[in-house]
Design a protein around this ligand. Structure first.
Ligand code: GDP
Length: 295
């Protein structure tokens, strides 16, 4: 994961690690290399610059110049700042209430339906919850089939109304169903489009207004880099979501989305998804991710 970024950062530290004497000059050179590595990983230039300005200030202010092992101290500063950039500490999922309602939104193909299944599986097996999956895609019958198959695999009930073309009513009916069947988390998989459009946004906003969810999770394909960040901004402006799910981290992703989303929309990444199987979901820990990036 983020192999190129890791290698580039390692390269950036190479000189400073080998130096007997560290000067302001070689701190500046290291910082410049870090900035290039971030931009190469598809981090927006302004974010990369802000990041490296902070690293430079901290390095100059924290007596790196006088430290016994300045190279290591510099790596530590970058690691801490990377964790901070990705949100600092992990963000908890709000699953209080009976039932708790989690609304899933994102573009078509982002991995929404797969994630809905994974989340239900996670809540069932790791949190002892009794989830109900809801297929609220009124445009694609195949999406209902897909969720039904996933539900079957993980042993979670799926609610759908094939003839109903009112997504808000389906969501409301599903919550009633959850109450009668003692399900304590309702996960609503909404329709997606290939690009952001008004009908889609209005529909998700209407569902949100009708069911007042505990969480609105925005699902985004991490392989799409800066596009992922722009899409996140559009969805957040409209929906004010509560968290981000980064999918396809098992692919050849450069890291830009993971590093930039929190900075751009000020919402935490809550989960990362890395595969098509139902157990490939992880809670997102910014500090562990930063550690991994710096190897
Ligand atoms: P939706 O249109 O947003 O509901 O997206 P889907 O859940 O149908 O996912 C689109 C495609 O991406 C499917 O072929 C999924 O199997 C695949 N997919 C979803 N999540 C992941 C992931 O984390 N890693 C990989 N490699 N593929 C994924």
């Amino acid at each position: 994961m983020f192999q190129n970024l890791s290698e580039r950062l390692e390269g950036a530290f190479k000189n400073i690690k080998g130096e007997g004497r560290i000067t302001e000059l070689n701190i500046a050179a290291t910082v410049k290399d870090i900035r290039r590595a971030l931009v190469d990983a598809d981090v927006n230039y302004k974010i990369a610059k802000d990041f490296t300005d902070t690293v430079k200030d901290k390095a100059l202010g924290s007596k790196v110049l006088l430290a016994v092992n300045p190279g290591q101290q510099m790596v530590k500063i970058v690691q801490d700042e990377l964790a901070e950039l990705m949100g600092g500490t992990e963000a908890e999922l709000d699953i209080k209430g009976s039932p708790a309602v989690i609304l899933i939104a994102g573009l078509q193909g982002s991995g929404k339906t797969t994630f809905s299944g994974k989340l239900a599986n996670y809540l069932k097996t790791k949190k002892g919850k009794s989830p109900l999956l809801v297929a609220a895609d009124i445009y694609r019958p195949a999406a209902i089939d897909q969720l039904t198959v996933l539900g079957g695999q993980i042993g979670v009930d799926v609610y759908s109304e094939r003839e109903n073309k009112d997504a808000v009513a389906i969501a409301q009916n599903a919550i009633k169903e959850a109450k009668t069947k003692n399900k304590n988390v309702v996960i609503i998989d909404t329709a997606g489009r290939l690009a952001i459009d008004e009908v889609l946004m209005t529909e998700v906003a209407n569902i949100r207004n009708a069911v007042t969810p505990n969480e609105i999770l925005f699902v985004v394909d991490s392989m799409t880099g800066q596009d992922a960040v722009n899409t996140a901004k559009s969805f957040n402006d409209r929906l004010d979501f509560t968290g981000v799910v980064l999918t396809k981290l098992d692919g050849d992703t450069r890291g830009g989305a993971a590093l930039s989303i929190k900075y751009t929309v000020n919402k935490p990444i809550k989960f990362v998804s890395s595969g098509e199987k139902m157990d490939t979901l992880d809670v997102f820990y910014p500090d562990r991710m930063a550690q991994r990036i710096l190897g």
